[in-house]
Ligand binder design. Structure first.
Ligand code: NAD
Ligand code: GLY
Length: 359
């Protein structure tokens, strides 16, 4: 088993990474503060993994909440279902919530934990690759509002993260590849050696080899932990974790949520951001090709849908949270392995990138 520590003073915590960790009961039990534990998961994951987690827990008062599956349930109704269960059982401030699932469950449960009695402990057991390398780490929790994604939330760190590589075996191929996009992102933004490693090991990763997965998750988490330790509340550096996301969010919104998985849209966005970095004279054309080739080898899309033309892209990108005073600001690459902080981009270069991608 590998352990990555996330260094946040009193709020520091370990991320455990390895195969069959769900059965290692000592791991989860040492992070409980009382005998009141509630596991929250969804209808897809419950039949696969809930019994194993329940067997591992030693707490006498262990309850479960099983939510419906899907991004549309990442909302206040789900949070209220968790509050209702906690209240019905008279769970106290020393209770612990366990999030067993992908990013939707992790974000929802983390937010419920942040709010119940002004904050109770929670543990993340992420079951998708995206959740193991990104959403379970760093303390961003929250739910969607009908008027905007992730608009209601809190920064709230878990007690620990338990990333069991073996649970990824049941994840469908498309979801798995979407997680690979975020792995590639870490190499691009701050770890050139890791980018080279992913280039050499893409096929092994896609075969879900346990050792390759554990290495990729560990290295991704080390990179995320370093960034979060420096800028927990995203007042600066943490924005680089959103590399490719401004283009990606435009694709997700412009095509209607659901057509592209988040990781797929980010994969395309990273190719577009690389192309734009080249137009600023930062990346060489061969490097842009290298990035596109790796994204394609992961079975991820590298160019946007035909339905989105340049004007629509610009309109959608204008609402990004990184923009200031109406000026579009993007995260670009100075080199493979080195992202620059968000900055304004000359519109003619951006238009050239959008045209390059054919529309
Ligand atoms: P998800 O949670 O919807 O999971 C994807 C699908 O896989 C679901 O149907 C789920 O039930 C199923 N699943 C999960 N684990 C499985 C397993 N082991 N075997 C079989 N099926 C399994 O999606 P996701 O990609 O994990 O997370 C996306 C969410 O994460 C979004 O809401 C996004 O906003 C959020 N997110 C948050 C952060 C953050 O920092 N908090 C970062 C990135 C994304
Ligand atoms: N997923 C981006 C962040 O955690 O900041």
């Amino acid at each position: 088993m590998k352990t990555v520590n996330i260094d946040l003073g009193k709020r520091s915590y370990p991320i455990y990474i390895g195969s069959h960790l769900l059965d290692k009961s000592a791991l989860v039990n040492k992070h409980l503060h009382s005998n009141q534990v509630m596991v929250v998961t969804n209808e897809t994951i419950a039949p696969l993994y809930l019994a194993r987690v329940m067997d591992a827990l030693k707490a006498p008062v262990t309850e479960t909440v099983i939510l419906p599956d899907g991004e549309i349930y990442k909302n206040m109704q789900s949070v209220n279902r968790i509050f209702d269960a906690l209240m019905d059982l008279r769970f106290s401030r020393n209770a612990t919530l366990i999030a067993l699932g992908g990013g939707v469950i992790g974000d929802t449960v983390g937010f419920a934990a942040a709010c119940y009695q002004r904050g109770i402990s929670f543990i993340q057991i992420p079951t998708t690759l995206l959740a193991q390398v990104d959403s379970s780490v760093g303390g961003k929790t929250g739910v969607n509002h009908p008027k905007g994604k992730n608009m209601i939330g809190a920064f709230y760190q878990p007690q620990c993260v338990i990333a069991d590589t073996q649970v990824l075996a049941t994840l469908d191929d498309r979801q798995f590849r979407a997680g690979i996009a975020e792995v590639v992102k870490y190499g691009l933004i701050r770890d050139a050696d890791f980018f080279c490693w992913v280039e050499k090991n893409m096929e092994t990763l896609l075969a879900r080899d346990d050792d390759a997965l554990a290495f990729a998750i560990e290295r991704s988490c080390i990179n995320k932990a370093d960034v979060v330790a420096e800028d927990e509340r995203e007042s600066g550096l943490r924005a680089i974790l959103n590399f490719g996301h401004t283009f990606g969010h435009a694709i997700e919104t412009g095509t209607g949520y659901g057509e592209y998985l988040h990781g797929e849209a980010v994969a395309i966005g990273m190719c577009q951001a690389a192309d734009l970095s080249m137009r600023l004279g930062w990346l060489q054309p061969e490097e842009v090709e290298r990035i596109e080739k790796l994204i394609s080898r992961a079975g991820l899309p590298a160019s946007p849908p035909e339905s989105l033309d340049s004007d629509r892209f610009l309109e959608l990108m204008a609402v990004d949270k990184k923009n200031i005073d109406g000026k579009l600001r993007l995260i670009l690459l100075e080199a493979i392995g080195h992202a620059a902080l968000p900055q304004p981009v000359p519109i003619e270069h951006l238009q050239a990138t959008l045209s390059e991608y054919g529309r």
